[in-house]
Design a protein around this ligand. Structure first.
Ligand code: S3P
Length: 419
């Protein structure tokens, strides 16, 4: 599907973007592996989270969607299964850890994009615990076979919440204690949720320590709106008007984009700050602002990894030369996002040079617009749509359906778009 996006001189309003993808995956997956029943409200119903639900059903859990509410009954015991993880890296990597040590044989696969992404990064540390994880030349399909697990100290090797989470989930079924260390802090939704469900898990200066054997108990979860989805509307607000996004998850491991807003001169405020189901939440208001260039390095990258395409787009409208470095992880996302982000900005008429680990972006006052290819990547499609809405002439997003991975209804909320 192609969608035309019209230029918008001004853009504003109040938005409730869909539920957080990372938290929805975990709420469905962990409850499906726990004892009892739970209700997950304001869940993301995008394709990635439906893939998680389908996999957990295949493993024996009972899961039903009613709008944005998900009813989950945990599986007493997993059964052998073939799991189609679709486009979802979080589903395949977390599941590899969750099913290891549970006495089942599970084959995990997905679409062509997922089957081209690295899986040894998760298989290797799981093997240190004794897991039997077989990849296909380092990629999916991945087969996990029965094995007994023993706790040990494990370095994730890469700043990846998916890898960290897989090890933590496997550690629940291991004998003794597992200590997980990561090179830079990544999103900690797994740690928070497992603690609330009764796991013996502690974070301290050394890393995250999990003691195996505790049984998880189902917990209801009210999912905050996804800051990664809010980012598109906040960015358009900064470029074209005033935007309020309500009920957004502002876990400090996810709010790197707000630190970038400060550095770029974006005027914004957090209102109504509160905690919901163990996660910090706030309303975020952004005003139209004059943007200045930024320099971002590897320390901040994990806290804004999924927002880099839209941050790069903002840089294309900012005064001066921006440099984003230390972001080589973008090469192994749903697309090679160093290439696809640079191509998206070039298609809009911007000036973005890809580097080995990021971009150099020379900002312009205006961008002409044009036709942007999504390359099947939801975040490229939505960043491109924001760029078109802020451009002089607008243009077309080619292959726009992929927004349904993380943000069904995106174009309706954006307005001024025609399929
Ligand atoms: C996610 C972790 C990140 C992120 C992805 C969701 C998660 O991936 O990019 O969209 O839910 O744990 P990595 O673990 O590969 O950094």
């Amino acid at each position: 599907m192609n969608v035309d996006v019209l230029p918008r001189g001004t853009f504003g309003g109040e938005f409730r973007v869909p539920g957080d993808k990372s938290i929805t995956h975990r709420a469905v997956m962990f409850n499906a592996a726990a004892q009892g029943e739970a209700v997950v409200t304001h869940a993301l119903t995008g394709e990635d989270c439906r893939s998680t639900a389908a996999c957990m059903r295949a493993l024996g859990a009972d899961i039903r969607f009613e709008g944005e509410t998900v009813f989950v009954r945990g599986a007493e015991k997993f059964r052998d299964a073939d799991c189609d993880c679709g486009n979802s890296g979080t589903t395949i990597r977390l599941l590899a850890g969750l099913v290891a040590g549970r006495g089942v044989t599970v084959r995990l696969t997905g679409d062509a994009s997922l089957c081209s992404r690295p899986m040894e990064r998760v298989a290797r540390p799981l093997r240190l615990l004794g897991a039997d994880v077989r990849t296909t030349e380092g990629k999916a399909p991945v087969t996990v076979c029965p094995a007994s697990l023993r706790g040990c100290a494990v370095d994730t090797g890469v700043a990846s919440a998916q890898v960290k989470s897989a090890i933590l989930l496997a550690a629940l079924g291991a004998e003794g204690e597992t200590l997980v260390r990561e090179p830079l802090p990544t999103r900690d939704h797994t740690e928070r949720m497992l603690a609330a469900m009764g796991a013996d898990i502690r974070t301290d200066g050394r890393g995250i320590a999990v003691r195996g054997g505790a049984r998880l108990v189902c917990r209801d979860v009210d999912v905050p709106a996804d800051i990664s989805s809010a980012a598109y509307f906040l960015a358009l607000g900064a470029l074209r008007g005033e935007v309020l996004c309500r009920n957004v998850g502002v876990n400090p491991t996810r709010t790197g984009i707000l630190r970038v807003f400060e550095q770029m001169g974006v005027r914004f405020s957090l209102e109504n700050e509160r905690e919901v189901c163990g996660e910090p939440v706030a309303d975020i208001r952004v005003h139209r602002s004059s943007l200045r260039a930024v320099r971002l390095g590897k320390e901040i990258v994990p806290s804004l990894i999924d927002e880099i395409p839209v941050i790069a787009l903002l840089c294309a409208f900012a005064e001066g030369e921006s440099v984003i470095a230390g972001a080589e992880e973008l090469r192994v996302k749903e697309s090679d996002r160093i290439r696809t982000t640079a191509d998206m900005i070039a298609a809009l008429g911007g000036d973005c040079t890809p580097t080995q680990d990021g971009f150099v972006i020379r900002g312009k006052k205006t961008l002409a617009g044009g036709d942007v290819r999504s390359c099947g990547d939801h975040r490229i499609a939505m960043s491109g749509a924001v760029g078109l809405a802020a451009s002089e002439r607008g243009g077309t997003i080619e292959g726009a359906d992929c927004v349904n991975i993380s943000f069904p209804g995106f174009f309706g909320m954006l307005g001024g778009a025609r399929a």
